[in-house]
Write a protein that binds this ligand. Sequence first.
Ligand SMILES: Cc1cc2nc3c(=O)[nH]c(=O)nc-3n(C[C@H](O)[C@H](O)[C@H](O)COP(=O)(O)OP(=O)(O)OC[C@H]3O[C@@H](n4cnc5c(N)ncnc54)[C@H](O)[C@@H]3O)c2cc1C
Length: 388
Amino acid sequence: MIKVTPQMPESPLRAGIQELCAAFDDAYWRALDAEHAYPTEFVEALTRAGYLSVLIPQEYGGSGLDLAAGCAVMEEVNRSGGNGGACHAQMYTMGTLLRHGSAEQKRRYLPRIASGELRLQAFGVTEADAGTDTTSLRTTAVRRDDHYVVNGDKIWISRVDHSDLMLLLARTTPLPDVRQRSDGLSVFIVDLHEAIGYGLTVRPIRTMLNHSTTALAFENVRVPAENLIGIEGQGFRYILDGMNAERILIAAECVGDGRWFIDRAIARAREREVFGRPIGANQGVQFPIARAYANVEAASLMRLRATELFDRGEPCGAEANTAKLLAADASWEAANACVQTFGGYGFATAYDVERKFRETRLYQVALISTNLILAYLAEHVLGLPRSY
Ligand SMILES: Cc1cc2nc3c(=O)[nH]c(=O)nc-3n(C[C@H](O)[C@H](O)[C@H](O)COP(=O)(O)OP(=O)(O)OC[C@H]3O[C@@H](n4cnc5c(N)ncnc54)[C@H](O)[C@@H]3O)c2cc1C
């Protein structure tokens, strides 16, 4: 299919990812979606080619590139018609390990993650009773000699079945004993092979998209004390620290989705003839596509601005959050325009539009919902009172 939406400046990195993704076509993703199966072959190919370790420093076997490179990978995966949600966690959890992990933890895990021997694809934060209010989470990790004992429940923890390691956020000091709610939470690296069947139970949750998400129950799961990342009680700050990178990476995925929808919509609008002419000759068909195009490109510029600031080490909370908000809205608008352009065929699995439509809808809710982004902008950028 011809790509009408802008190509990012051609680079060997983007060209390489595009070539790799081309081997995993619509039929590949469609078949997995029908079965709710994990794209193992694709993730392995991406790992072997080194694309999932672009953020790992060279001394640990990665390519030591910046966030712009990570964004290029995720954007191109989604733009090709695939779903970066299958493997993006390795990118956005990386900052926690890189910035706050000990030298020993980095030596132990990073080279093996870079080589593909270990997958760090699971991130255990959300709980049913806490929801968006993360500091209310109830999973506890209690220190006993040389290990912690973890008890509690998590929900919506994705890719646990396809990962070797999970970053886990748990409370190490009870809420009544901390000065601030954000104190007393800690991050651990959990070796899933030592946990599943040893107190950790994993229950798949069937969702409207193919996302390998699960509910977790921890019953006296032992996690070695050496797996604590950074200082006990500071974990929430470490997670917040990774927030900007996470927002920017998701924005890149949304831009990839948005451009995919627009390219598909344009191709359909040109080809499909009704009333003796292409449907794209009608303003009612072309204007929604044109508007979606404008919004995706505007979101992409904000994403590029946020990435630039991030990679220079400058504050970028406002830009990263704005980029995520605009890109998620733009990809969703493009998804709607695409379905409308396809008419009834937009609902048929054979055209892939409905699959991508379901996939891009997630970004309004996860990893962070639109309202919480708006709340961040209102409070931290506009100086309005905290609303929650
Ligand atoms: C497919 C999928 C995969 C996921 N993968 C992971 C994962 O790997 N790891 C992980 O930790 N989590 C994961 N999540 C969880 C996801 O991050 C949460 O669903 C999301 O953060 C929202 O939390 P919640 O579902 O509890 O919604 P709730 O907190 O119940 O919120 C429901 C709605 O109310 C709104 N709302 C809540 N409070 C406010 C407020 N103060 N002001 C305005 N609006 C508000 C929210 O914006 C939202 O729209 C995943 C979720 C899904 C659906």
